[in-house]
Write a protein that binds this ligand. Structure first.
Ligand code: NAG
Length: 402
């Protein structure tokens, strides 16, 4: 039943996105990450960098904490990277007492918030128009190996450090793993890495989204692949935001629509969710991404492998010199890395984390959240995420300081 409601919602949502709204207006209407940070009394900066292939990426920064007044003390940089459909606001939406960005600032860190190419804060390219399909010709492989590399290479000289700490959620973990396995020289720039809801393997994913889309785009060559490749996937959209705003947590009849939408992330239930935090997120989400990011994940579900994008035999031979895409070699990840995963994660669940851990011999810790109901989104919006996740992350980073 839930699946059909979800299906209906998906079709309706996509229809509305395509038919009604122009996604390219939105930035002037929303509260951006830097304004949000300042509204809580913290200093905020906005930095722009250009990648080697011309994408203009926005980094937001909380350089110090107004509570500590530590602007003249040494401060270790930390980079936080959001998940699919998301942006830097995911590290802020639960406010200074709960969200990781503020907790790190208050622990004395210099906090940088990344934004991947294609999201609302990183929607320009110096060579390619956003209206061209070429703009959307990327997936999380490029976000990892180009965008994250560029962010690190921007932050380190800017702060005068040789290393930074890293934490990512969901796709923010995938891009960490792609970068460090494809360009292993980046390992030495990471002081410690923290993977919240780590996503590499999807064989056991229970989300209906996998079963639904796998027959369509799980393997290359089909009509759907050609139709969907290199386009924007679920852009930021006023109408969707208003729909979500008027359903989620309002206690109205539409609440069940909202609950069913969350079946994408959890095997039922969102009891840990902080609804106010979710409502903050909805203002700037979904944040924009390429269809290829989604297709690449669905390919991972179908192939059971963590490997590069599958373009079909002909193009694979040209690109990779072999019929199938090359695997990401996780044994090359030598930076001190910690995994934090949960039982009720319908996308990157416990069995797939087992596979990941077995292939990452240098992983320092495989932490499983003891609360069984904790789901994929709870890492970002749960009422109890401070105790269950964020305090642990800060504590583990602190071990590398002093
Ligand atoms: C829930 O989110 C709101 C909105 O950001 C925040 O003010 C509040 O402190 C959060 N509460 C918890 C327990 O996370």
């Amino acid at each position: 039943m839930g699946l059909y409601v979800f299906l209906g919602l998906l079709v309706l949502g996509l229809g509305l996105v395509l038919a009604v709204d122009d996604p390219r207006y939105c930035l002037h209407e929303i509260v951006k990450s830097d304004e949000r940070i300042r509204s809580h009394g913290y200093p905020a900066e906005t930095h722009e960098l250009v990648t080697e292939d011309g994408y203009v990426l926005t980094l937001f920064r909380i350089p110090y904490s107004h509570k500590l007044q530590n602007q003249n003390k040494p401060r270790q940089p930390v980079l936080l990277q959001h998940g699919l459909f998301s942006n830097s606001d995911c590290w802020l939406s639960s406010g200074p007492d709960n969200s990781l960005a503020y907790l790190l600032a208050d622990a004395g860190y210099d906090v940088w918030l990344g934004n991947a190419r294609g999201n609302i804060y990183s929607r320009a390219n110096n060579f390619i128009s956003i209206n061209s399909p070429k703009f959307w010709h990327f997936d999380w492989h490029e976000i990892g190996t180009i965008d994250i590399a560029a962010m690190i290479d921007y932050i380190l000289p800017e702060t005068g450090h040789k290393q930074l700490h890293y934490a990512g959620h969901s796709q923010g973990t995938t891009v960490y793993m792609t970068l460090l396995s494809v360009r292993p020289e980046y390992n030495e720039k990471i002081k410690s890495g923290h993977l919240l809801a780590p996503c590499a393997f999807f064989e056991h994913g229970t989300s209906p989204i996998f079963k639904l889309l796998s027959p369509l785009v799980g393997t290359p060559g089909g009509m759907w692949n050609q139709l969907l490749v290199d386009t924007e996937l679920i852009p930021h959209n006023n109408l969707i935001n208003r729909l979500a705003d008027n359903s989620c947590g309002t206690g109205s009849a539409y609440d069940s629509v909202c609950k069913n939408a969350f079946l994408i992330f959890a095997n039922g239930g969102y009891e840990n969710m902080n609804i106010s935090s979710m409502q903050v997120l909805i203002e700037t989400h979904p944040a924009g991404s390429s269809s290829n990011q989604g297709i690449h994940y669905i390919q991972s579900y179908a192939s059971h492998e963590f490997r590069q994008y599958d373009w079909g035999i002909k193009k694979n031979r040209q690109l990779y010199g072999q019929d199938t895409p090359p695997d990401y070699d996780l044994s090359l990840i030598s930076a001190p890395t910690y995994s934090y995963s949960s039982n009720n994660d319908a996308l990157c669940g416990p069995q797939d984390v087992d596979t990941l851990v077995a292939k990452m011999p240098q992983l320092i810790e495989d932490h499983r959240v003891p609360l069984q109901s904790f789901n994929h989104l709870d890492f970002i919006v749960a009422k109890n995420m401070k105790e269950l996740i964020n305090d642990l992350v800060v504590e583990r980073m602190n071990k590398y300081e002093n």
